[in-house]
Structure formats: C-alpha cells, structure tokens
Design a protein around this ligand. Structure first.
Ligand code: AMP
Ligand code: ZN
Length: 137
C-alpha cells in the first residue's frame, strides 16, 4: 500500500525528485537533505510501512540485505572510516517521518556527529527484571 499523503512514499515512488543512489522494485536509497555526515543516506521501501514493527518479515530481511550492500558501496566510495546504521521507531526514539526508513551514516575520524550515547548505569536486579519482563511476552 502507498499513502499519497506520505512524503517518503512519494519520494520512494519517484513522484518527488531525490538524489537517488540506488533503486530496485522494492526500495529506493536517497541522500538525506539534512545529513549528519557527508553521504548520509536513507533506505526507503516503496510500500508504506509506518515503522519496523509494521514490516512484513520478508521486507525486513530484504531491507537489511540492501542496506548492507549500499552502505558498503557508500563507505568505499567516500573513503569513510566507519558506518552507522540507525533506525528510529516512535517519536520518543526520534522518528520524525512515519514511513519506515534506515539511516546509512558514513563516519569519518573525528567527525563529531552526535549519534552515539553516553553510557548509563544499571543494576543486576534491574537487568534480571528486564529479562523476566521480556521472557513473559
Ligand atoms: P527520522 O528522524 O529517523 O524519522 O529521520 C527522518 C530523516 O529524513 C531526517 O534525517 C531528515 O533529514 C530526512 N528528511 C526529511 N525530509 C526529507 C526529504 N524530503 N528528503 C530527504 N531527506 C529528508
Ligand atoms: Zn509512506
């Protein structure tokens, strides 16, 4: 299903122009207009899924295989030193466009892109509680 009100549906299906790095029948990979680093790209399925949990397993599997291939090309082409794959689900997690996408973010030594987090703290009791809660699902 495609949603004509969704900007990523329109970009993925070519109704809105984008700088496209890769396209096949299921996905389009475009350059992000507000890149974290040079070459920051987005992998978009052509069908509308609001987030990871909305994806069919088959599409999820294909998305990772495509992301792996394009991220490798991107890293090599730009001479990047590393690569982050980031995928946000829900407003609290930083999702701003509610059409599933994966960020492919080339990293360069000392690029200072603010993608990683400060390590927090936990306790053995809370780790056990988390484990039990997940097991109960
Ligand atoms: P997220 O916060 O994970 O939902 O990511 C949305 C991303 O889409 C951000 O990195 C934006 O810079 C990017 N973005 C939003 N609109 C466009 C657009 N029209 N073309 C390319 N990238 C876009
Ligand atoms: Zn969409």
């Amino acid at each position: 299903m495609k949603d004509s009100n969704c900007i990523f549906c329109r970009i993925a299906n070519g109704e809105i122009p984008s700088t496209t790095l890769y396209e096949d029948e299921d996905f389009r990979v475009i350059l992000d207009l507000g890149p974290a680093t040079r070459g920051h790209a987005l992998l978009l399925p052509k069908e509308h899924y609001k987030d990871l949990f909305d994806l069919e397993d088959e599409v999820a599997a294909k998305a990772l295989v495509r992301a792996k291939r394009i991220a490798g090309r991107l890293q090599a082409a730009l001479g990047a030193d590393g690569m982050n794959l980031v995928q946000n689900n829900g407003e609290a997690a930083g999702q701003t466009v509610f059409h599933f996408h994966m960020h492919l973010i080339p990293r360069y030594q000392n690029d200072h892109a603010g993608i990683l987090w400060e390590p927090g703290s936990t306790t053995p009791e809370d780790m056990e509680e988390v484990r039990r809660l997940v097991e109960g699902q």
